[in-house]
Design a protein around this ligand. Sequence first.
Ligand code: KMH
Ligand code: ZN
Length: 278
Amino acid sequence: MTLMTDPLLITVAPTGAETAKQDCPQLPTTPEELAKTAQDCERAGASMIHIHVRDHDHQPTLDVVLLKEWVAAVRESSDLVVQLSTGGSVHDPLEQRLQVLDAEPDACSLTMGTTNFGDDVFSNPWPFVCELYQLSQERGVVPEFELFDLGQVHAMRRLLDRYGLPAGGKVHVDLVMGVPGGMNGTTDALVAAVRDLPVETTSWSATGIGRSTLSVILASLSKGGHLRVGMEDVLTLSRGVPVESNAQLVERAVAIGALAQRHPMKPAEARTLLGLTG
Ligand code: KMH
Ligand code: ZN
């Protein structure tokens, strides 16, 4: 049980796979821009970064050479825990999504089931989830269980029963809320998901997509959870006011956390929380 005074894990998700560079020039889509983002966000209070990589044309890619380059860029510029997305974009083949672990991140996202994703489908068939989970265990990569829907809470129970604890022995969850097709970005949905999390869960965070971002931040803090923020999830600060940088979203999360007497943890504390110190 997290206390209201416990340090706050802030994960920044700076890029995502859905927004085009030409629509949002401030989106970090090169290793240099990501390195600067990592530095600024760490200074602002983030301790983990969730990375989607872009190619030289700013398009989403899972090319392992580029993934390694981006991982190195973050490690050179910051101490942030490096979490690579295995979700990629809705168009990425499952085989390539497994190869993300070849880039040797500290952590990886692991979505617990298939979700309608706007007009698309974010595909995570059960055999793929099992394969990716076992691969993360073999490689010593710490998974973040990403839950887009309440059914995925139960899928996580099933996965832990079948394959045991993740690498590092800690169980960290991120509730991704407000995706059109997934669970609603509301306090009620958050409470329902948290109530049913497996007892093995050692930490959880939440992020609300788009206009649900603030209500999910407030709900998570009031339930003792952690936060994920970033331009993968939201591009406006309020109606019609564009986000200028990822650090701005981290700063806002820090300020809201401070009202709840939750102060941002350092990357070293995040490593302990996530089981990355062994
Ligand atoms: N881009 C979404 C289709 C993840 O990073 O693992 C999937 C996603 C989840 O963002
Ligand atoms: Zn992502």
